[in-house]
Structures are given as structure tokens and as C-alpha cells.
Design a protein around this ligand. Structure first.
Ligand SMILES: NC(=O)c1ccc[n+]([C@@H]2O[C@H](COP(=O)([O-])OP(=O)(O)OC[C@H]3O[C@@H](n4cnc5c(N)ncnc54)[C@H](OP(=O)(O)O)[C@@H]3O)[C@@H](O)[C@H]2O)c1
Length: 316
């Protein structure tokens, strides 16, 4: 499998990033192991999670996803083969654990390492901006983690564009660590914010882009085409907002192109992301082997200029 290098790092990833918010939510530990085995068995190596996943599932307290990934890497003895991304800063919902203060980052990184059963994180994300903590304090905390070898590189998600620029410039001026990658909300039905606000920043600072909700919570698979379809999964309500003229036009374009290539809408939607020059690896999840196959097929699908133009027009 051809690998891509992230930003100015030495991290080499195969171009699909498995999204870990299903672990401990829509997949139990045994099912999670099966997905991870198939994914890595096919030559993929990049896994995305967060300290809080999957705190929203009934009965969970957060950390379940990291724990499952940690158990899996320990059982398989494959930590060195995996590029592991996790995140800090999102609210656990208990009113205490959140933010990007130095003390919190230090403690949360230790907790993540314990759950992941490893002594280093390859890519450590700011999960969401903290407007109270000075950026310098946050980057200094990351610097300590990098110096001690507990974190290799840092990245950003859900940081407003102006604050992201502030952080990147501060790092450049001071020698504090600089974000090497960006995790934006970006897919065929969510283009505007990334393309207008973030793409110029990613280009200027050489940030690799890992879009999240690459399939728009499943909408771009084509399985939600009516209100009744929304009951197909717990994720259905997240797809409801796209059941409109524009969303259905995008599905129509995906249908045309997938039938032409004997492929699937999900595969085409990911191949479109991969054809965008700043995108390194779309983040996406699957809850069955057959779903996983459609995701892993994306790097092998070459869309023609005509296909890309049709998708561009439908999703504009
Ligand atoms: N940084 C952030 O703030 C942030 C926010 C959100 C997500 N993320 C990351 O992005 C990852 C991806 O998000 P996501 O998993 O919620 O959304 P997604 O990738 O847009 O949708 C994936 C879901 O679509 C369904 N699916 C996948 N392939 C399919 C196929 N071929 N046919 C039919 N259905 C298919 C599955 O759900 P069903 O079980 O419903 O079938 C799967 O779990 C997360 O795991 C997380 O790591 C980050």
C-alpha cells in the first residue's frame, strides 16, 4: 500500500484513517478487534481516536475507545506498526475534565497512554479550542510531552481559523511545537467552511488534512434517502440535515459514478476526498466487514476529470 508522509513529520500512513468513535459504542470489543484486524490486514495503519470516545453512549464514561485500541495492540503486539492519533480538550461532560491547560494536558496524556497501553502517541490533537488558556501554555505543555517522548507530533481540530493562525505563528516565532496536521469537518456535503477558511492555512503551513465525518455520518453511502431510512442506524438522525435537494443531487452523482466504475457511493465519496490535493487520509468508520471493504477500496479508485467535475457541480 502506498503511504503518504504527514506534514513535516516522519509519520507514514496508508490513506484511510480508521475512525475510533465506534469502539465501545456501535461495536463491542470483539467486533472492534475484527474491524481492526481486517483494516490492518489489508495494509492500513492509521487509527484515530480521542480521550472522550465514546462518552455519549449509554453507560459509558469516556475512554472506552482508547481502552479497546490499547487492548487490541497489546493482544496483537503491533504497536510499532500503527500510527496512532488521539485527542485532548473535549468536555467529558462531568464539568471538570476539559480544556487545554498545561496541568490538564499533562494528566490527560498520562490517562490516554495508560488506556492505550503504550508509552507514546504519534499524533496528539487539540480536539477543540480553549479560549481561556493562553496558546503559549498549551504549546508549552505539548513541548514537554514531545521532549519526554510521550508525544511525537501535534495536530489541530475544531480550532477557529484565526486562533489556528495565531498558534502556528507563535510556534514559528518561538520554536514551540507547531501543528503538523488538521482535522476539519469536510466531505461532499460540507465543503464551504473548509475550502474557504482552512484550506489556505493548510496550504501555507503544509498541514496534512484528515477530514472527519468523511461520509457525513453515513449519508454519503446512499443508505438514507427518505425520513423512514433514518431509523436504519443510531447515526441516522445525524444524516437528516442532508435530506434535501442538494444532498439528493450529490447522491445522484455518486450513484452515476459508482455504477460506471462498478463501485459504491461510499467508495466514490472517499475517492473524491482523496483527489483533493491537501487531503492525506479521510477519517471514516465501519461497523461491518462489507462496509469496511467499501472504505478500503477508495484509494484504488481513480476518478476521471469528468467524474470529479460532476461531483463538484452537484456539491457546490
Ligand atoms: N474531530 C472531531 O471533532 C470529530 C468529529 C466527528 C468524528 N470524528 C472522527 O471521524 C470518524 C468518522 O466519523 P463517523 O464514523 O461518525 O462518520 P462517517 O465516517 O461519516 O460515517 C461512518 C459510518 O457510516 C456507516 N457506513 C460506513 N460505510 C458504509 C457503507 N459502505 N454502507 C452503509 N453504511 C456505511 C457506518 O455506520 P452505521 O453503523 O450507522 O452503519 C459507519 O460507522 C470518527 O470515528 C472520529 O474518529 C472527529
Amino acid at each position: 500500500m502506498k503511504k503518504v508522509t504527514l506534514g513535516k513529520t516522519d509519520l507514514q500512513v496508508a490513506p484511510i484513517n480508521f475512525g475510533g468513535n465506534v469502539f465501545g459504542w456501535t461495536l463491542n470489543e470483539q467486533e472492534s478487534f475484527q474491524m481492526l484486524d481486517s483494516f490492518t490486514g489489508a495494509g492500513f495503519n492509521f487509527i484515530d481516536t480521542a480521550d472522550t470516545y465514546s462518552v455519549w453512549a449509554p453507560g459509558n464514561e469516556g475512554g472506552e475507545s482508547e481502552t479497546i485500541i490499547g487492548n487490541w495492540m497489546k493482544a496483537r503486539g503491533n504497536r510499532q506498526d500503527i500510527v496512532l492519533a488521539t485527542k485532548v480538550g473535549w468536555d467529558f461532560g462531568d464539568g471538570k475534565r476539559k480544556g487545554l491547560s498545561a496541568a490538564y494536558i499533562q494528566q490527560e496524556a498520562e490517562d490516554s497512554l495508560r488506556r492505550l497501553k503504550t508509552d507514546y502517541i504519534d499524533l496528539y490533537y487539540t480536539h477543540i479550542d480553549d479560549e481561556v488558556t493562553p496558546i503559549e501554555e498549551t504549546l508549552s505543555a505539548y513541548q514537554e510531552l514531545i521532549k519526554s517522548g510521550k508525544v511525537r507530533y501535534i495536530a489541530a481540530s475544531n480550532v477557529p481559523a484565526n486562533r489556528l493562525i495565531e498558534s502556528l505563528e507563535l510556534a514559528e516565532r518561538t520554536g514551540l511545537p507547531q501543528y503538523q496536521a488538521l482535522q476539519p469537518h469536510y466531505n461532499l456535503v460540507e465543503r464551504t467552511k473548509f475550502e474557504t477558511e482552512y484550506a489556505p492555512i493548510a496550504e501555507k503551513y503544509n498541514l496534512s488534512v484528515m477530514p472527519y465525518w468523511s461520509l457525513a455520518a453515513g449519508f454519503l453511502t446512499g443508505k438514507y434517502r427518505s425520513e423512514e431510512d433514518l431509523n436504519k442506524s443510531v447515526r441516522g438522525q445525524g444524516a437528516k440535515q442532508y435530506l434535501n435537494e442538494k444532498g439528493l443531487a450529490v447522491l445522484d452523482a455518486l450513484d452515476q459514478i459508482s455504477s460506471k466504475h462498478d463501485s459504491k457511493p461510499a467508495t466514490v465519496a472517499l475517492a473524491w476526498l482523496l483527489a483533493q490535493p491537501l487531503v492525506a487520509a479521510p477519517i471514516v468508520s465501519a461497523t461491518s466487514q462489507s462496509q469496511l471493504e467499501t472504505l478500503m477500496a477508495a484509494p484504488l479508485l481513480d476518478l476521471s476529470a469528468e467524474d470529479l467535475a460532476l461531483l463538484d457541480q452537484a456539491s457546490r
